[in-house]
Design a protein around this ligand. Structure first.
Ligand code: HDD
Length: 683
C-alpha cells in the first residue's frame, strides 16, 4: 500500500472524502441521492426500506462515546522524542540506548475537572500524557503540569474527583474548584494541602500548553541490563520557558475564546513553530531514599532539584497536528501500566491503583479489549501473541495455533524470551496485610511551606488571591475556617493574607498536624514560574491595534521586528475588513476590536492616526483593550495619537510602556521580553 492509503498509525484508510469520488454507504454501495429520504409519493410517508437514510441516521445516533471521567477536555499532538544522552548504565529501555535516535510520540494535554465542552482557561491542573511508540512497545508517561498530587492512595481518587466535579444534586458548578464540596473534601484531607499551594498559584492558569512543565509525579524505577535498579522522577522542561496568565485575564479569555489553548497549539504547529520540551531525570538510589526527609513513595512530595539535579537526556518535539480529532485525541488510550523493559513501577499506592484504573476505563470508553488495534494506540513495533476476537477485532493470530505452548513446528507462533522480555524488578516484599497509611507519609505542611517561600512577592500575592477567590465561593463559613486552620501551618503570611481577603478578623486555631512539620526547608528557585520565564518574546503574540490612517511604515517595522523575534503578530482593527494605512494600502485585520480583546495577546501596540485615535477614545471595546492590557501588567507600545484613549482609561505611560517610532521598534521588542511590567501591580 502507498503512504497515501495509510493513515498516521499505518492502518488502511478506509474512508475518504475526496470530491471526485462517488459517495457510498458504509457498506460501499454508491449513493444516488443524499438529500431526500425515500417516500411513497412526493408527500407520502418515509419507507422503512430506505437503507441509505436509516444507515446514515443510525451511525449518527452512535457518534458519541463516553467522555473521560476525568481529563475529558484535552488536545492531542503528534511528535517525536530524540535521545541526546544515552543511559545504558541506568536503564536497558531500548528508547534510552542510541543518541540521536527518534521515537514517535503522541501527547495529549488536558484539564482535569471540566467536561469535554468546558473552557480551556479553567483554574485546573493540566494533564501532560505522552505515548512513546518505542521499538520494544509503547511506554506511556501519564503526568501532570504539577509535580505532586492531592492524595496519597488511589482509593481516595473517586472522592477527590466527586468533590471537584459538579455537585450531584444540581449538576453545577463544573470546570472549577471554587465551591464548597471541593474545599470541604480538601480541608478534611490535610495530605492535599501541598498540592493546593500549586493549584492556587498561576501554574493552573498557563498562558499556553507550550509554556508549562510536565512531571511524571511518581517515583519510578530504571533498571539496567544487569538488573540493577535506580529510582527516577521524570520531568518535562519547556524550551519555551514558563508563562502563565493572571486570574482576571483567565476569566476573560474563557469568554473571548474558550478554545484558547488548543487554538494556540494548533496555530503554533501549523506555522511550523514546533514546541519542545527536554526530558529530565532525577536519579537516586536507596541510600538517598532512606536519608531523604520524606517518603519517595508519597506522591504528595517532590524532590527539590537542589537535592537531586535534573539531568537532561532527550527532547520532545511536537510537530504535527492531528488529522482527525476523534480518531486520535479522543480515542487515544493512555495507561500507566504501559511500561517497557528497563522501566518499572514502585510501590507508590497511588501509582499501583492507577495501574488498574486506566486499563479498566479504556474498556468502558472504547467499548472492548481491542483498543490497541486503533491506529493511535497501536504499537509501531510488531505485535505477536495469541490474544484473539472481541469487539471490533482488526487482526487475529494467523494459522491453526491460538494457544501456547503448542507443537505446530515453526509456524506454531511466538514464544516468550527471558532475555528480551520484560522483567519486574525482583524487589523483596514482605509484610502483614493491612489497611494503613505509613507514618512516613504524615508530614503534610513542610513542602507546602517550602513552595510558599520559593515564590516571588508577586507570585505569593497571586496565591493569596487564588485561595481568597476560591474560598469566597464557599457558602459555608466552617469550610473557609477549616482551610485557614491548615494555612496557618504553612505560613503565617499566607494565612493572614487569605483571612484578610475573606474578612476573617480572628484566625482559627492551627490544625493539629499528624506529624510535626520540618520548618527549615530551604527555598527552591525551580518551584517559581517567574524565576523560570523565557528569555525572548519568541512564540508569543503581539496584538497590533491599528486605525485608519495608521503609519504604514511603523506597522511594517513592528511586523518585521516581531517576526525576527520569532513572535506572531495579530492585527486588530475597528473593522474586520481592515484599516486603510497612511500610504493608502489596506491592512486586513485578524480580529475586529470587539472580538479581539487584549487578553488574547502577550503584549499590545496602539498605532493610530490622530483622527482614528480620537474616534477610538470613546469606543468601549477599545477602552477595555487598553484598560485590561494595563491592568494585566502587559507591555504596551503607544503612539501620540493613542493618548486620548489611554487617558480615558487611566493608563499613563510607565516603564512597561514604550513610545513607538519606526526606529524604536527594537526597543519595544526588548521590553516585551520581560512579558509583564509587574511593578505596575505592586501599587
Ligand atoms: Fe489519572 C486520566 C494524570 C491519578 C484515573 N490521568 C488521566 C490523564 C492524565 C492523568 C494526564 C489523561 C490522559 C489522557 O489524556 O487521555 N492521574 C494523572 C496523574 C495522577 C493521576 C498525574 C497522579 C499522580 N488517575 C489518578 C488516579 C486514578 C486516575 C489515582 C484512579 C485511581 N486518570 C484516571 C482515569 C483516566 C485518567 C479514570 C480518565 C481517562 C483515562 O484515564 O484514560 O483512569
Amino acid at each position: 500500500m502507498t503512504d497515501e492509503t495509510l493513515d498516521k498509525g499505518g492502518a488502511p484508510r478506509q474512508q475518504t472524502t475526496d470530491r471526485n469520488r462517488t459517495m457510498t454507504t458504509a457498506q460501499g454501495g454508491p449513493i444516488a441521492d443524499d438529500q431526500n429520504s425515500l417516500t411513497a409519493g412526493p408527500r407520502g410517508p418515509v419507507l422503512l426500506e430506505d437503507h441509505v437514510m436509516r444507515e446514515k441516521i443510525f451511525h449518527f445516533d452512535h457518534e458519541r462515546i463516553p467522555e473521560r471521567v476525568v481529563h475529558a477536555r484535552g488536545y492531542g499532538v503528534h511528535g517525536h522524542f530524540e535521545l541526546t544522552e544515552a543511559i545504558p548504565e541506568l536503564s536497558c529501555a531500548d528508547i534510552f540506548q542510541r543518541v540521536g535516535e527518534k521515537t514517535p510520540t503522541f501527547t495529549r494535554f488536558s484539564t482535569v475537572a471540566g467536561n469535554k465542552g468546558s473552557a480551556d482557561l479553567a483554574r485546573d491542573v493540566r494533564g501532560f500524557a505522552t505515548k512513546f511508540y518505542t521499538r520494544e512497545g509503547n511506554w506511556d508517561l501519564v503526568g501532570n503540569n504539577i509535580p505532586v498530587f492531592f492524595i496519597q492512595d488511589a482509593i481516595k481518587f473517586p472522592d477527590l474527583i466527586h468533590s471537584v466535579k459538579e455537585a450531584p444534586d444540581r449538576g453545577f458548578p463544573q470546570a472549577q474548584s471554587a465551591h464548597d464540596n471541593f474545599w470541604d473534601f480538601i480541608s478534611l484531607s490535610p495530605e492535599a494541602i501541598h498540592m493546593t499551594l500549586w493549584q492556587m498559584s498561576d501554574r493552573t492558569i498557563p498562558r499556553s500548553l507550550r509554556f508549562m512543565e510536565g512531571f511524571g509525579v511518581h517515583t519510578f524505577r530504571l533498571v539496567n541490563a544487569e538488573g540493577k535498579s535506580h529510582y527516577v522522577k521524570f520531568h518535562w522542561k519547556p524550551k519555551q520557558g514558563l508563562q502563565s496568565v493572571v486570574w482576571n485575564e483567565a476569566l476573560k479569555i474563557n469568554g473571548a475564546d474558550p478554545d484558547f489553548h488548543r487554538r494556540d497549539m494548533w496555530d503554533a504547529i501549523d506555522a511550523g513553530d514546533f514546541p519542545q520540551w527536554d526530558l529530565g531525570i532525577q536519579v537516586f538510589d536507596d541510600a538517598f531514599a532512606d536519608a531523604f526527609e520524606f517518603d519517595i513513595l508519597d506522591a504528595t512530595k517532590l524532590i527539590p532539584e537542589e537535592q537531586v539535579p535534573v539531568r537532561i537526556i532527550g527532547t520532545l518535539t511536537l510537530d504535527a497536528n492531528v488529522e482527525n480529532f476523534f480518531a486520535e485525541t479522543e480515542q487515544v488510550a493512555f495507561c500507566t501500566q504501559n511500561i517497557v523493559r528497563g522501566i518499572d513501577h514502585t510501590n507508590d499506592p497511588l501509582l499501583q491503583g492507577r495501574n488498574f484504573s486506566y486499563l479498566d476505563t479504556q474498556l468502558k470508553r472504547l467499548g472492548g479489549p481491542n483498543f490497541t488495534h486503533i491506529p493511535v494506540n497501536a504499537p509501531k513495533c510488531p505485535v505477536h501473541n495469541f490474544q484473539q476476537d472481541g469487539h471490533m477485532a482488526m487482526r487475529n493470530p494467523k494459522g491453526r495455533a491460538n494457544y501456547e505452548p503448542n507443537s505446530w513446528g515453526e509456524d506454531g507462533g511466538p514464544r516468550e524470551n527471558p532475555e528480551l522480555g520484560f522483567q519486574s524488578y525482583p524487589e523483596q516484599v514482605d509484610g502483614i496485610k493491612q489497611r494503613t497509611r505509613s507514618e512516613t507519609f504524615a508530614d503534610h505542611y513542610s513542602q507546602a511551606r517550602q513552595f510558599w517561600i520559593s515564590q516571588t512577592e508577586i507570585e505569593q500575592d497571586h496565591i493569596i488571591a487564588g485561595y481568597t477567590f476560591e474560598l469566597s465561593k464557599c457558602e459555608h463559613e466552617k469550610i473557609r475556617l477549616r482551610m485557614l486552620s491548615h494555612l496557618r501551618n504553612v505560613h503565617k503570611d499566607l494565612a493572614k493574607g487569605v483571612a484578610d481577603g475573606l474578612g476573617v478578623t480572628e484566625l482559627p486555631e492551627a490544625a493539629t498536624p499528624a506529624r510535626a512539620p520540618i520548618t527549615d526547608l530551604p527555598p527552591s528557585d525551580a518551584l517559581s514560574i517567574l524565576k523560570n520565564g523565557p528569555k525572548s518574546f519568541a512564540g508569543r503574540k503581539l496584538g497590533l491595534f491599528i486605525s485608519d490612517g495608521a503609519d504604514a511604515d511603523l506597522v511594517s517595522a513592528l511586523e518585521k521586528a516581531f517576526e525576527a523575534e520569532g513572535a506572531m503578530v495579530a492585527i486588530v482593527a475597528p473593522r474586520i475588513g481592515g484599516a486603510t494605512l497612511s500610504d493608502g494600502s489596506v491592512k486586513a485585520a485578524d480580529e475586529k476590536i470587539d472580538g479581539g480583546p487584549s487578553v488574547l495577546f502577550d503584549a499590545v501596540a496602539l498605532v493610530f492616526s490622530q483622527e482614528g485615535g480620537e474616534a477610538l477614545s470613546a469606543n468601549k471595546p477599545a477602552m477595555d483593550f487598553v484598560s485590561d492590557a494595563y491592568a494585566h501588567a502587559k507591555v504596551i507600545g503607544w503612539t501620540d495619537a493613542a493618548q486620548p484613549l489611554m487617558k480615558a482609561v487611566g493608563a499613563s505611560p510607565d516603564a512597561g510602556m514604550a513610545k513607538l517610532s519606526e526606529e524604536g521598534a527594537g526597543d519595544f521588542v526588548t521590553l516585551c521580553r520581560k512579558l509583564r511590567h509587574w511593578e505596575r501591580t505592586l501599587g
